[in-house]
Design a protein around this ligand. Structure first.
Ligand code: AHG
Ligand code: MN
Ligand code: MN
Length: 316
């Protein structure tokens, strides 16, 4: 017996209106998956020709994905506010909907031209509480990973479920109650940035590189896809730690990844699966945002590894 996303959502003890918001993001993700699969044939790869508010070159598919999300969200009267990586300002929709969605419609878009996994990340909040709410106020979070299979990962705070898109465009439950392994010997960080790293990051990674000959006492492996969604999905499935710490180059911006639609939803998912998340010295989910596109340091994954990094930050 298969369980479809609609059946699973109907069985959750959450407001059906909130479930409908997640269903809208799932529908947008299914449509984006279809577009991505055929984009090279349709000539939709490459740059869109403009930059977003954060000064990053938008890919054609960033813009297309954003339009798809906007279209699905616009059709759901329960949603009154949309915050997107690709839109300078928050969009206030013409309805009284109770919910706000913050999204990165296409994460990891630099990987598109090389046919490597990208994703859609989203966070759902109470629209009446304003744009700048801490991650602890999130009501739901999820992401779609467009890989060999399209996976949709959802949490309402307690437990994390994984769905897979079938050939008919329907999401089917393939994993329930996911748990992030507490221990791991795999880490993800862009090591080309080593010269910018702080002492804590340097010390933690040095211990991992030393492997069984160092204080960690075990051998580590490094994996970095360069798509947060793909890296976090691997960690959800088999443990590990993901790090985009504050470094001397990103310090003026506050970090690399965005709080509202990258760090917060991923931290909620990882924590709901028993993992941990931090900026190094503060809890990501407790940060009070100062802007919708605010950037923050992100360290999350297996609890024991995150605790080791926090240990180094506490010493610094
Ligand atoms: P986006 O494509 O939305 O700008 O995000 C890309 C992010 C994230 O997915 C990834 O973890 C990180 O940027 C990769 O950074 P590097 O290019 O420094 O490896
Ligand atoms: Mn992104
Ligand atoms: Mn993006």
């Amino acid at each position: 017996m298969i369980t479809t996303l609609a059946q699973w959502l109907a069985g959750q003890t959450v407001d059906p209106k909130l479930a409908s918001v997640v269903a809208s993001m799932a529908a947008a993700s299914a449509e984006i998956a279809g577009i991505l699969r055929l984009a090279p044939i349709a000539g939709q790869t490459g740059l869109a020709g403009h930059t977003n508010v954060q000064g990053e070159a938008q890919k054609a598919l960033d813009v297309i994905s954003n339009d798809i999300v906007l279209n699905h969200i616009g059709q759901n009267s329960e949603i009154s506010i949309l915050v997107s990586e690709e839109l300078d300002e928050a969009v206030h929709l013409e309805n009284q909907g109770q919910y706000m969605v913050a999204t990165d419609p296409l994460d990891g878009s630099s990987n598109l031209d090389v046919n490597v996994t990208v994703g859609t990340i989203f966070s759902v909040l109470d629209a009446s509480k304003g744009l700048l709410q801490p991650g602890t106020a999130q009501l739901a979070a999820g992401y779609a990973a467009y890989g060999p299979a399209t996976s949709l990962v959802i949490t309402f705070g307690a437990g994390v479920a994984v769905f897979t898109l079938d050939g008919a465009g329907q999401f089917v439950l393939t994993l329930d109650k996911v748990a992030v392994a507490a221990a791991s010997s795999e880490y993800a960080i862009n090591t080309a940035r080593e010269r910018f790293w702080d002492e804590a990051t340097r010390s933690y990674v040095a211990e991992n590189v030393a492997g069984e000959t160092g204080p960690a006492g075990k051998r580590y492996n490094m994996r970095w896809v360069g798509s947060m969604v793909a890296d976090i999905h691997r960690i959800l499935m088999r443990g590990g730690i993901f790090m985009y710490p504050l470094d001397s180059e990103t310090v003026s911006k506050g970090g690399r990844l965005r709080l509202l639609y990258e760090a917060n939803p991923m931290a909620m998912i990882v924590e709901a699966a028993g993992g941990a998340s931090t900026t190094g010295s503060e809890k990501i989910l407790e940060l009070v945002p100062t802007g919708i596109h605010q950037r923050v340091p992100v360290i999350l994954g297996s609890a024991e590894e995150v605790a080791r990094v926090e240990g180094w930050y506490a010493k610094a």
